[in-house]
Design a protein around this ligand. Structure first.
Ligand SMILES: Nc1ncnc2c1ncn2[C@@H]1O[C@H](COP(=O)(O)OP(=O)(O)OP(=O)(O)O)[C@@H](O)[C@H]1O
Length: 674
C-alpha cells in the first residue's frame, strides 16, 4: 500500500452526543431532499436516453476492422442532471472554491460484492450512510474470542459517496461533467481513480461496452458541447493516450519505443506522443466515434495481467489527455485563443506484496506500481503540509500529474473501494488517503487565454472589414429613410383614392380597363412588401406605386379629353333636338325629361349660364359609364315611344319625347334601373 497508516479509530462513545446531533441533522436534510426528489422528479434512470453508436471501420488508424456497438446512455439529460445535482453536484459546487483557492474534490465509490466474495460469504465492512458519509466497520479477528462481538467503526465525509448501485451516469455527472464545461472555457481539469487492485477503478474510468465509464462519457459530452458551439468559433481537439508501465512512458495509440518526458512552456510533455486532431465540426463528429474506437484500441494495448484480486488487473497507469483549443474573435477583431486540457487517469491498483513472492515480473510490476503510488502520496502530503518542494520528480506518474496536483487545475479524485472484509486494510488505506487528499489546496484555475497578435496584413484586412461594415450600416439607414418617404407618398395617394367620394367620381379615378382590380391588388401588396420585407421588394413596391400614379394621371387626362368631346357632342345633339322639337313641342319638355333622368342618379342637374341642363358628374364619369347613361337616356326616350327610334338614325318622333311630361314618372324610373 502506498501509505502505511496505523488504525486511528476513536472510542465509539467519544463525542456520541455531537455525532447524534450531526446524524439527526443529516437525516433531516436527507428526508427533505428525498421528499423534494419524489415530488419533482421520477427516477433519473427513466430519463436517461439510450444512444447507440456503431463503429464499423476506422481507416488508417486501426489495423483491423473494429465492429463495436457502444451503448451510450445520454448523460446530458437535463432531468437526470438536475436529479443528481440535488443529491451531489449542487453540494459539491458550493464547497469547492473557498477564498480564492479551490481544493481537490474527493469522491468514494463502493463496488458491488464480487461473485467470489459472495461464495466465501465474506462480510461487508463499508456502509454509505448518506450521499456523503462512509462508515467503515472494523470487525474483531475471528480468533480473538474476547472481542468477537465488538465492532469498531469510523465515519468519513467526502464530497459525495456512491453506493454499489450507483450508475456510471450518476458518477460522471457528479464528478466530471462540470470539469468538461470548464475545459471548454480554457481551464484544465483532471480526474483520477485511486484504489486497491480489483476495487473498480478501470470500471469507473473506462467501464464496459454496456456501461461506459467516465472517459467515454466525458469525451462524448465534450464533443457534443463542441458541436453545439461550433458556430461561435473554431475548435481544435487534440487527443492522446499513454501509459506508465514499470516507470516507462508508452504510447497507447501507436505502441512503440518508450517515450521521454520533457518540460516545456505547457508543462511536462511526452516527446513523440501520437496526437489525434479534429478541426472541423464534421471531423469532431467523426472523432467522437473515432475516440471510442481509439480508447478500445488503446486499452487492448494496455498491460493487463490476472492477479490474485483481479482477473484483468491493469498493471499500468493510463492517462487520456484531451486538449481543446478554441479560437474566437472578440469585438475588436482580436483573435482569442483558449486552451483547456482534460486529463483522465486510471491508476494501477496497489497490491500487497506477499513475503513468499519471488522476484517475478508480477512482483516487479507491483513494486513499481507501489513506488509510483508512494511518490504520489509523498506529493500529496507535501502539498497538504504546504511544503515548498514537492517531489514530483520521484516518479514518471507524479511528473505527468504535476499540473493536476499543484497547478491551476480543477482536480477530482475518485477513491474506489471494495465492500468486502477481505480487503479491509486496502479499503482503510484508500479511505485514509482520500481523506487526506481532501485537504490539498489548488490555485483557482484561470482560463488559459491568449490574445494572438495578428500579422500586419491581417490587421489591415480586419480594419477594412470594420470600415466596410460601418459604411454598409450607414447605407442601410439611408436606404430605409428613402424607402420610408416613398412609402408615405404611396400611402397618401392610396388613401386619397380610397377616400369616400361620389360613386361616379370613384369610377372615374381608376383606369378604364378590365385590369382595374388586379392593379389595385398589386399596389397593396407592394405597399406591404415595401414596409416589411427586403430592400428589393421595397424598391419594387415604390416603383409600382409611381407607375400606378402615372397611369392614374394619364387615365385622368384621357378622361378629361373624352369628357370634353362628349360634352361638345351632347351640346350639338341637344341643339339638334331643340331645333327639331321647336316645330312640335317646346324646349320645356326636353328640360323636364333631362331633370327626371339625372335626378334618378342622385344628383341634381345644374343649369349653365345659357340656361342649359348639365350633369354635375360630367367631370368624373368614365366614358363607358357616361355612354351607358347617355344610351339609357336615349333608350328611355325611345322605349316610351310605341315605335322604336334611335338617336343615331335620328328617327325620333316628337310625341314620344314629349310624352314623359304627361306620363307618370315611375315607369321611366323602372327602366333606368335596368
Ligand atoms: N461499480 C461496479 N459495478 C459492477 N461491477 C464492478 C463495479 N466496479 C467494479 N466492478 C467489477 O469488479 C471487477 C474489478 O474491477 P476493475 O478491473 O475495475 O478493478 P481495478 O480497480 O481497475 O483493478 P486493477 O487495479 O487490478 O486494474 C471487474 O470485473 C469489474 O467489472
Amino acid at each position: 500500500m502506498p501509505v502505511s497508516t496505523r488504525s486511528q479509530f476513536r472510542n465509539p462513545h467519544h463525542g456520541l452526543k455531537e455525532k447524534l446531533k450531526e446524524l439527526t441533522l443529516l437525516y433531516e436534510q436527507q428526508k427533505q431532499t428525498s421528499a423534494s426528489l419524489r415530488n419533482s422528479h421520477s427516477n433519473p434512470q427513466d430519463n436517461v436516453e439510450q444512444n447507440v453508436i456503431r463503429v464499423n471501420t476506422i481507416p488508417h488508424l486501426i489495423n483491423s476492422t473494429v465492429t463495436t456497438t457502444f451503448v451510450l446512455p445520454e448523460p446530458t439529460s437535463e432531468d437526470a442532471k438536475e436529479n443528481f445535482a440535488v443529491g451531489y453536484g449542487g453540494m459539491v459546487e458550493l464547497e469547492n472554491v473557498v477564498g480564492g483557492e479551490s481544493r481537490i474534490l474527493v469522491f468514494v465509490r463502493v463496488r458491488p460484492v464480487s461473485k467470489k466474495e459472495k461464495e466465501i460469504g465474506s462480510r461487508c465492512c463499508v456502509k454509505i450512510t448518506n450521499r456523503r458519509d462512509v462508515y467503515l466497520s472494523e470487525f474483531a479477528n475471528e480468533n480473538d474470542y474476547l472481542r468477537l462481538n465488538r465492532i469498531r467503526g469510523r465515519h468519513f465525509t467526502f464530497d459525495a459517496s456512491f453506493t454499489d448501485s450507483a450508475t456510471q451516469q450518476e458518477v460522471y455527472l457528479t464528478t466530471t461533467s462540470e470539469l468538461v464545461e470548464a475545459v471548454l472555457q480554457g481551464r484544465n481539469g483532471s480526474v483520477f481513480c485511486y484504489g486497491a487492485t480489483g476495487a473498480g477503478k478501470t470500471y469507473t474510468m473506462l467501464g464496459t461496452l454496456e456501461n461506459p465509464g467516465v472517459m467515454v462519457l466525458a469525451i462524448k459530452d465534450l464533443f457534443g458541447k463542441i458541436r453545439q458551439r461550433s458556430c461561435d468559433g473554431s475548435h481544435v481537439v487534440h487527443l492522446s493516450y499513454l501509459e506508465v508501465y514499470n516507470e516507462t512512458v508508452r504510447d497507447l495509440l501507436s505502441p512503440g519505443r518508450p517515450l521521454v518526458l520533457r518540460e516545456d512552456k505547457q508543462g511536462i510533455v511526452a516527446a513523440g506522443l501520437t496526437q489525434y486532431r479534429a478541426y472541423s465540426t464534421d471531423e469532431v463528429m467523426f472523432c467522437s466515434v473515432l475516440v471510442m474506437a481509439l480508447l478500445q484500441q488503446g486499452n487492448q494495448n494496455r498491460t493487463t495481467e490476472p492477479t490474485r484480486a483481479n482477473e484483468t488487473s491493469s498493471r499500468s497507469h493510463a492517462i487520456l489527455q484531451v486538449v481543446v483549443e478554441y479560437r474566437v474573435r472578440d469585438s475588436s477583431m482580436n483573435v482569442v485563443n483558449r486552451v483547456g486540457k482534460l486529463s483522465l487517469i486510471d491508476l494501477a491498483g496497489s497490491e500487497r506484496a506477499l513475503a513468499t513472492d519471488q522476484r517475478t515480473l508480477r512482483s516487479i510490476e507491483g513494486a513499481n506500481i507501489n513506488r509510483s503510488l508512494l511518490a504520489l502520496s509523498s506529493c500529496i502530503n507535501a502539498l497538504v503540509e504546504g511544503k515548498k518542494h514537492i517531489p514530483y520528480r520521484n516518479s514518471k506518474l507524479t511528473q505527468l500529474l504535476k499540473d493536476s496536483l499543484g497547478g491551476t487545475c480543477n482536480t477530482v479524485m475518485i477513491a474506489n473501494i471494495s465492500p468486502s472484509i477481505l480487503s479491509f486494510s486496502e479499503t482503510q488505506n484508500t479511505i485514509h488517503w482520500a481523506d487526506r487528499a481532501k485537504e490539498i489546496r489548488l490555485k483557482v484555475s484561470d482560463a488559459n487565454e491568449d490574445l494572438l497578435p495578428l500579422p500586419e496584413i491581417e490587421n489591415d484586412q480586419a480594419k477594412l472589414i470594420l470600415e466596410l461594415e460601418k459604411e454598409n450600416r450607414n447605407l442601410r439607414i439611408q436606404l430605409a429613410k428613402q424607402q420610408q418617404k416613398l412609402l408615405t407618398l404611396e400611402a397618401q395617394s392610396l388613401a386619397a383614392h380610397s377616400s369616400p367620394t361620389p360613386p361616379s367620381a370613384n369610377s372615374l379615378s381608376t383606369p378604364p380597363t378590365s385590369a382595374q382590380p388586379t392593379d389595385k391588388r398589386r399596389t397593396r401588396s407592394s405597399f406591404l412588401a415595401g414596409t416589411f420585407f427586403t430592400p428589393e421588394s421595397n424598391k419594387k413596391g415604390a416603383e409600382l406605386a409611381v407607375r400606378t400614379l402615372q397611369r392614374t394621371v394619364k387615365a385622368l387626362e384621357s378622361e378629361i379629353e373624352r369628357m370634353k368631346k362628349d360634352h361638345s357632342l351632347q351640346l350639338t345633339q341637344k341643339d339638334d333636338l331643340i331645333h327639331k322639337l321647336s316645330h312640335k313641342g317646346g324646349k320645356q319638355a326636353v328640360d323636364e325629361v333631362g331633370k327626371r333622368v339625372v335626378t334618378r342618379g342622385g344628383l341634381r342637374p345644374k343649369e349653365t349660364n345659357n340656361g342649359e341642363l348639365k350633369s354635375p358628374c360630367h367631370r368624373f364619369r368614365s366614358p363607358v359609364a357616361s355612354t351607358a347613361k347617355k344610351r339609357s337616356f336615349w333608350d328611355i326616350t325611345t322605349t316610351n315611344s310605341p315605335s322604336a327610334a334611335t338617336l343615331n338614325g335620328r328617327k325620333t318622333r316628337s310625341h314620344a319625347i314629349s310624352e314623359p311630361t304627361t306620363a307618370p314618372p315611375p315607369r321611366s324610373s323602372m327602366l333606368l334601373q335596368v
